[in-house]
Ligand binder design. Sequence first.
Ligand code: SF4
Length: 404
Amino acid sequence: MADLDFLIDITQRISELGRKNRNIPLINEVKPLKHYFSDDGKLKYDEIDDDDEGFSRREILARYLLVNVVLDQGPDIIGVRMLLRDVTTNLYEKGIKIFHNPLDFFKELDISINEILTRHESIKDIRAEEWAMKNNSTEQKYNLFFAQSNRGIVSTKQVLDYSIHRWGVPLSLFLLLEKDYKTKQPLIDYLESWESAEIMAQQLKDHERYGLGSAIGDKACHLFAKMYINIFNLVKNKRDNPGWSGISYEIPFDSNAGRVLFRTGFLLKLATLEDYENWEVIQKGEGKGGANYIRVTNIRGKKTDIISQESEDFIDYREIITKYLKIGMKPKSVEIQRIPNFLIYKLNKSTNYNYSIADFDDGLIYIGTNYCFNHENPNCDLCPLQNICKAHNEDEGLIKKYTT
Ligand code: SF4
C-alpha cells in the first residue's frame, strides 16, 4: 500500500473508532450543572444561553472545560475527571461556586484545598489498581497532582502548588475577563475573538494578558479546542466559519496518541527513526527500564516530505493552513502535526463522513487506553488495528524497545 493510502486508511479506521467510543468529561454528573442536561445525559442546547446566576450556561460549561483540560495533564484521564467532578460538586454544596464566583476558591482556600486532598485520596482508592496494571507501575505511585520542571510535567506532593497553579490560574483568567469584558459570557467572547480555533488554542497559552503560560501545555490547549468545538459544540458566534470547524485546530498530541501512532507505523511514514532521534522525539535509553522514550510533544514544528510541493496534495495542505487553521498564507513546508488535518480533509472530500480531529483523537485515546498499553505486553490480540499495525505484524521491537 502506498504511504498516503496507508495513512488515509488508518486515519479513517481510528476516526470511526473515535466516533463510537467518545471520550467525554463527566460534566452531566456534576450536581450543580446537572440541570443543563436531560435525563439521558444530553446537553439541552435550546437552553444553553439561559441565565445561570449572571452568566450563560454556555459560559459556565466553557469555564469547566478549561479547568478540566488544565488538570488533565496528569497520568489518568478518568481519575482527573472524577476529581474535578467531585471537588466541584462538594464545593458548590458548601456554597463555594468556583465557576460562578471564582474568587470563592481563594477566599475559602482552606476548604478548597481540603476538598482536593480528600477527594484525591478517595479516587486513588478507586483508580490506583487499574492504573498500575495498565501502566506497569505500583498503586502507591498513583498521583494526580503535578508540577512543571525542566523535564516537563512531573508528579508532586505539594497540594498548594498544584491547587494554585492548576486550579487557580484558569480561575483567575475568568476573574480577569469578567473585569475586562463585563458581559454574560466573557470567556466565550474572548475565545471567539480569534480568527480560528487554532489561533485561540495558541493564545490560551501565549497571550500576554490572558495566556495561562506554564499552567497549560500545547496538548491541553488543543484538547480544549476539541471539547469546545466538537464534543460540546459550544461555538456561538462563528458557527459557519471554517476556522471554527472540526479540522480547524491541531490534534492534541499526548502520550497515548504518540504511542499508537508510533507503534502502528503512522509516524514512520512521515519521517525516519533517525529523524525522530535527531529531533529528540525519541530519546535513547531515557524511558522506563532503559527503553527509548517517545516524547511526542517534540513533534510540533517538525517537517515531513511526504507531500511534494508540486503535487495536488500540497494545494489541499495549503487549504488547511489558510482556510481552516488560518495561520499563514503560503506554507513553504509540511509540518507533521498538521498531517491529521490534511488526511481528514482528504477523507471528507471523498466520503460523506465529515470526520473531525476529535474523532481521530478519541480513536487514539480509545486504542491507547484499552489495548495499546504503555508496557511490553499490549493487548494486540483484541486490538481493532492489529491487521494494519506495523509493530504487531512486522517489528515487535517498536513495542519492546520504546515507551511513552
Ligand atoms: S496492534 Fe498492538 S501495538 Fe498495534 S496499536 Fe494495537 S495494541 Fe498497539
